[in-house]
Design a protein around this ligand. Structure first.
Ligand SMILES: [Zn+2]
Ligand SMILES: [Zn+2]
Length: 345
């Protein structure tokens, strides 16, 4: 079968010489339809995230058809619905050990022995992929094959808002208008927030306005701190959601949050960040992190079905499978480019 494999840092290839995966009694064999390219995939390919033995088949945001069912698998977890060949599904790509302390507390996203589709385990950029059956969700009729690939990033965005504990009517600033920032924006709007998005790329600011942002800020040419003050009656924002993970945006959080407000670190801070913590202390600001997703998938599908979130809004290109390697390179090189999704056939 075909697969897009990481061979080493910055090196990916398309091959057609990978055997179709075997699957165990508790697994499903899936045939992917669409796969997303996200920043995490770029961290895997270019920044050494994940497994260090290669080749590694990449990809973790996927919609797929069930083509094989393990002998012990009967129904979808948490339901009495039988799993059938031909069902459309998406996959929670984090595979928890279910034995460690965070797992036993239900915090699967914090598992200390986790595996992960396309990061530690063979991923979805392939003609077939094996997954543990209990990490799959059947796609409802109201969620298209294409939208199915956005359930994972949308679930992450819901986790950001969950961690923020925002309330209807709160003033929310989202730092970063990439595809995940645009999803966080829509979830915050759907939850009753008054939302400002800060983003240097003009077309991403325009998209945010189209999606209903109350205001947008260009952090390069505008004074972010002054603009937030203006927009919030000098108080600062109730909630900050940081969706980039670079030192410049991470350190901005405490400068624009109000006293008693809450900051969510949602972008992966892959480099050390120097910060002035005095405002955190004076203002009893709560600083929390949101890592991946746990238990948000069903709500993500409901938001799509209700039409409260347009997951395809930030979609820029649907890329044929044969051009996936080029698309990964392009996504890495350009900060302007929106979301790219691979079409498998
Ligand atoms: Zn992702
Ligand atoms: Zn665990």
């Amino acid at each position: 079968m075909r697969a897009i494999q990481k061979l080493g840092t910055g090196k990916a290839q398309l091959t057609d010489k990978v055997p179709i995966p075997s699957y165990g009694p508790n697994d499903l064999l899936l045939k992917p339809l669409y796969s997303g390219i996200c920043t995490t995939d770029l961290h895997v390919l270019y920044h050494g995230m994940g497994r260090e033995e290669f080749p590694l088949t990449m990809g973790h945001e996927v919609s797929a058809i069930v083509v094989g069912i393990g002998n012990n698998v009967d129904t979808y977890v948490g339901s009495d619905r039988k799993i059938k060949v031909g069902d459309r599904v998406t996959v929670e790509p984090l595979f928890p050990c279910e034995k460690c302390d965070p797992c036993l507390q239900g915090k699967m996203n914090l598992c200390s022995n986790m595996s992960h589709l396309g990061i530690f385990d063979e991923g979805a950029y392939a003609d077939y992929v094996r997954v543990p059956s209990h990490r799959t969700h059947r796609l409802p009729d109201g969620v298209s094959d294409l939208a199915g690939t956005f359930i994972e990033p949308l679930s992450c965005a819901i986790n950001f808002i969950d961690k923020s504990q925002m309330k209807p009517g709160n003033f929310v600033v989202i730092l970063g208008g990439g595809s995940i920032g645009q999803l966080a924006l829509q979830v915050a709007l759907a939850s009753g927030g008054k939302v400002i998005l800060s983003e240097p790329v003009a077309k991403k600011r325009e998209l945010a306005l189209k999606l209903g942002a109350h205001a947008v800020i260009d952090p390069i040419n505008d004074n972010l701190i002054e603009r937030v003050k203006d927009l919030t009656d000098n108080k600062g924002a109730d909630i900050i959601i940081e969706c980039v993970g670079v030192p410049a945006t991470v350190s901005q959080m405490l400068k624009i949050v109000k006293r008693g407000g809450r900051c969510v670190l949602a972008g992966a801070p892959v480099k050390p960040v120097e910060m002035d913590f005095l405002p955190l202390w004076y203002g009893e600001v709560e600083l929390v992190a949101a890592h991946a997703t746990a238990w948000q998938f069903p709500r993500a599908m409901t938001l799509i079905e209700l039409g409260l979130v347009d997951v395809e809004a930030a979609l820029e290109q649907i890329v044929p499978f044969t051009e996936a390697v080029r698309a990964l390179e392009e996504a890495y090189k350009s900060n302007e480019i929106g979301k790219m999704v691979i079409k498998h056939n």
